[in-house]
Design a protein around this ligand. Structure first.
Ligand SMILES: Nc1ncnc2c1ncn2[C@@H]1O[C@H](COP(=O)(O)OP(=O)(O)OP(=O)(O)O)[C@@H](O)[C@H]1O
Ligand SMILES: [Mg+2]
Length: 452
């Protein structure tokens, strides 16, 4: 009989209070938690916008403890999805105290914990199951991924077959939790082969030293971006054959692109300044246009900007608004000077999109994208607010010039609640682009102009 000790006291590990927290597999806990979410009708992956079908597929795969690989281009939520799954891990489980791999106290797998059970006294502790993120790296070694012999311990005088000599690698550290390999294809193919055993038999073996196979209990999740890692070995077919492939695509609507951007922008900025709907739509449209194969630019764009670009564009534009003391984002926040300067948007896109031909200047492409996006949002506004915009046109004709920062109070009755100066500016911009009786002549300043 093994004696179990928790927080200094001997305990009955099979008592009602403790029995749930050991001797069960991580898949059992995840399934229980998933069913709890289903019962109350709450989405366990609420941090993921859209991907409704993919969420269902992931839930089904998790119910049977299948391994999952998210496949998709960079920046559309693969890592975010994997992290969201970790929410289904239990809050706490019982493990052998001090064990590097959170070993199960009744059926341990590591040599040192097995010995404790044999010796008859096992100290317990509460631990939070781990979500171990493993970055796919072409230089990764077996020792890093699975484990190996610690030379340090050998030097300290331990025998080669002593339990302390074995140092667990990242996969083993995920025991009773989730192992997430970011960019599985970047792992050397020899190591990928070692993973077959893990996926099929929930067991790992290291060729180093005299280590026998170890049973481990992990949910294995991975991601891959085939387009992004040219030159890196593909994921081996036998490995793919042992995983469920879930495709992750770009958001399929403007609303979702905006939702993702708003949720992920810097919290302080978000609380400090208003991002009006018309600017949110315009900025999100910039990346959507760059991605859309039917717009007039795409053949020039080799690497398309992802949601990360939209998020950063929102960040930079809001940062400018805060620094300039704007209550809401203004067109001048798109850049740092000049009547139509878009350098803050360029900052969010540079490095996140790549042009096909070197002589194409990114600045020019971004200027076209932003102007196209402004045009679309302005036409939309024009069709919704025709009456108000025509009244504004006659007022502009009467006075010759309007400064939105000073004059917005006079037009308050025409404007929506949030960010009145920003709203007036966008209406004038609409006059300039759709009716062409206004011209932007400075930051927030529009002059009457006749068609000639
Ligand atoms: N569908 C989505 N729902 C919520 N957030 C998203 C979505 N798509 C992208 N994001 C956001 O975009 C950013 C990038 O996402 P993430 O890091 O998960 O992408 P990835 O696919 O793992 O990219 P990479 O291939 O470069 O590793 C994160 O801030 C994430 O929150
Ligand atoms: Mg990622």
């Amino acid at each position: 009989m093994t004696t179990y000790i928790l927080e200094g006291k001997e305990v009955n590990i099979w008592s009602k209070e403790l029995a749930y927290f050991h001797s069960r597999s991580v898949v059992d806990y995840v399934r229980d938690n998933l069913l709890k979410f289903e019962e109350i009708g709450v989405d366990p992956f609420s941090e993921i916008v859209g991907n409704d079908v993919e969420k269902e597929l992931v839930k089904n795969a998790l119910m049977s403890g299948s391994s999952i690989i998210f496949r998709g281009k960079k920046g559309y939520g693969k890592t975010t999805f994997a992290k969201a799954i970790s929410k289904l891990l239990p809050e706490k489980i019982l493990a052998v105290k001090g064990c590097k791999i959170n070993d199960d106290p009744v059926n341990p797998v590591c040599f040192s914990c097995k010995k404790k059970v044999e010796d008859g006294v096992v100290e317990l502790e509460w631990v939070k199951p781990k979500f171990v993120r493993i970055c796919g790296d072409p230089m990764m070694t077996t020792r890093q991924l699975i484990g190996g012999i610690s030379l340090q311990k050998l030097r300290e005088g331990y025998d080669l077959d002593s339990p302390e000599v074995f140092t667990p690698g990242k996969i083993l550290k995920a025991n009773r939790g989730i192992a997430y390999v970011d960019e599985l294809g970047a792992i050397p193919s020899a190591l990928q082969t070692l993973l077959h055993e893990l996926l099929e038999e929930k067991q790992v073996t290291t060729p180093e030293g005299d280590i026998v196979p170890m049973k481990i209990d992990v949910i294995f999740i991975a991601s891959t971006n085939p387009a992004n890692y040219k030159g890196v070995s593909d994921i081996k077919e036998p490995l793919l054959d042992r995983m469920e492939v879930v495709e992750i695509r770009p958001p399929d609507s403007l609303e979702k692109e905006i939702e993702i951007a708003i949720r992920n922008t810097n919290k302080w900025l978000r609380e400090s300044v208003i991002m009006p709907e018309w600017h949110a739509k315009t900025l999100a449209r910039v990346t959507i246009l760059a991605r859309n194969k039917e717009t007039r630019l795409p053949e020039k764009i080799e690497v398309e900007p992802s949601c990360r670009a939209t998020i950063k564009i929102f960040d930079h534009v809001m940062a400018s608004a805060v620094r300039k003391g704007h209550r809401a984002v203004m067109i001048s926040d798109y850049g740092c000077g000049g009547i139509y300067d878009f350098s803050n948007i360029l900052l969010g896109l540079r490095g996140r999109m790549k042009l096909e031909f070197r002589d194409d200047k990114l600045e020019d492409v971004v200027n076209t994208l932003v102007n196209d996006a402004l045009e679309i949002t302005c036409s939309e506004l024009f069709s919704i607010m025709q009456t108000e915009i025509s009244r504004l046109a006659s007022e502009l004709g009467r006075r010759g010039e309007i400064n939105v920062y000073e004059d917005f109070t006079e037009f308050e009755h025409l404007l929506p609640e949030a960010g009145k100066d920003s709203a007036l500016e966008f209406m004038l911009e609409t006059l300039a682009r759709c009716v062409e009786v206004a011209e932007r002549i400075g930051d927030g300043v529009y002059a009457y102009s006749t068609l000639d």
